[in-house]
Design a protein around this ligand. Structure first.
Ligand SMILES: Cc1cc2nc3c(=O)[nH]c(=O)nc-3n(C[C@H](O)[C@H](O)[C@H](O)COP(=O)(O)OP(=O)(O)OC[C@H]3O[C@@H](n4cnc5c(N)ncnc54)[C@H](O)[C@@H]3O)c2cc1C
Length: 294
């Protein structure tokens, strides 16, 4: 299928992008890697009158360490993050999740910020950002603002940006020493969206008790969900199989997933419990294997 007609804009400055967004607002869409937007256009599920291509803005491509975070610019491709030693070292949960996002050709064009903005309920990266308590930076002609991940994902394919805002950066908090991370998911085939996915990060104290646990799930609700009740159960405890079993039961018992053509609600709830335990076990093993200091 072919997309409906649209006016194509290829601005070369951030100011130009923001002015175009102000001018066309609800009639415009940002085009980044196009890996979600172009299929939507072709299927005519999105019909913007204006496409604002941001690919000529080179200052939006970067991965930097800033104030305790790994900051990722809006045009940074999945493959750059997947292959970044800085990300692997400072934010292992993000590195773990990257290979699950589609396939290599998709990751060579798609962007981290595009995935976050698209806000698919089964996408991996929103869960990573939410689990870690990350932030997003948005700009418009009216000014800048920072949005907490917990406020960003407001519904299926819906985020907290206004139609005049450009997402310029996502910030993923750096893992403390003695942290381990795991991303696990079940999907029909490798590269498909997750039926259920779990992002987990565990940090251990010197006495091997858990000083922080971060846990978020995808595929079980309209948005990714952070399971703070299970995180609280883990806090201060020595990790073992029984503890993880209790945490996985707590995490999965209150879930209210929908049944759809891919899986029933009961299946998703059961798989969520299994994956939470698997992710916690793996993350903790990795935390133990970490040297006490970087
Ligand atoms: C076959 C296939 C398999 C896939 N599998 C997966 C998968 O397993 N997991 C997964 O998470 N994704 C998957 N995807 C989706 C895709 O990888 C991501 O959603 C995509 O990479 C999003 O980034 P993008 O740069 O391509 O965004 P685009 O397609 O360019 O844009 C997506 C949306 O975000 C908006 N947008 C983009 N950047 C900005 C910005 N800076 N500010 C404001 N709005 C912005 C656009 O207007 C649009 O609404 C798959 C896609 C395909 C085609």
């Amino acid at each position: 299928m072919k997309p409906p007609r649209f006016a194509y804009h290829d601005p070369v400055s951030r100011h130009e992008v923001l002015t175009l967004l102000e001018t066309y607002a609800d009639d415009a869409k940002i085009l980044a890697g196009g890996q979600s937007l172009v299929p939507l256009l072709n299927m005519r599920l999105a019909q913007p009158a204006h496409l604002i291509d941001i690919n000529r803005l080179p200052d939006l491509t970067y991965i930097r360490e800033i104030a305790g975070n790994v900051a990722i610019g809006a045009l940074t491709r999945h493959c750059d993050v997947e292959n970044s030693p800085l990300v692997r070292h400072l934010c292992p949960l993000l590195a773990e999740a990257m290979p699950y996002v589609g396939h290599p050709p998709i990751r060579s064009r798609g962007t981290i910020c595009g995935s976050l903005t698209h806000a698919d309920p089964a996408a991996e990266l929103p869960a990573v950002l939410l689990a870690l308590g990350g932030q997003l930076h948005a700009e418009s002609t009216a000014g800048d603002r920072t949005i907490a991940a917990e406020d960003f994902f407001v519904g299926a394919l819906q985020n907290a940006l206004t139609s005049q805002e450009l997402l310029t950066e996502a910030r993923f908090p750096i893992a403390p020493p003695r942290s381990g991370a795991a991303f696990v998911e079940v999907s029909r085939r490798h590269g498909d969206f997750a039926l259920v996915g779990v992002a987990a990060q565990i940090t251990l104290r010197a006495d091997d008790t858990i000083s922080s646990a971060h846990l978020a799930l995808v595929g079980v609700d309209e948005t990714p969900i952070r399971v703070q009740s299970a995180e609280l159960l883990l806090f201060g405890q020595k990790p073992d199989d029984e503890l993880f079993k209790a945490a996985s039961e707590r995490a999965s018992s209150n879930l209210k997933p929908n049944s759809d053509i891919h899986a029933t609600a009961a299946y998703r709830r059961t798989v969520a419990g299994v994956l939470v335990k698997r992710a916690l076990t793996l993350a903790t093993a990795r935390a133990y294997s970490h040297l006490p200091e970087r």
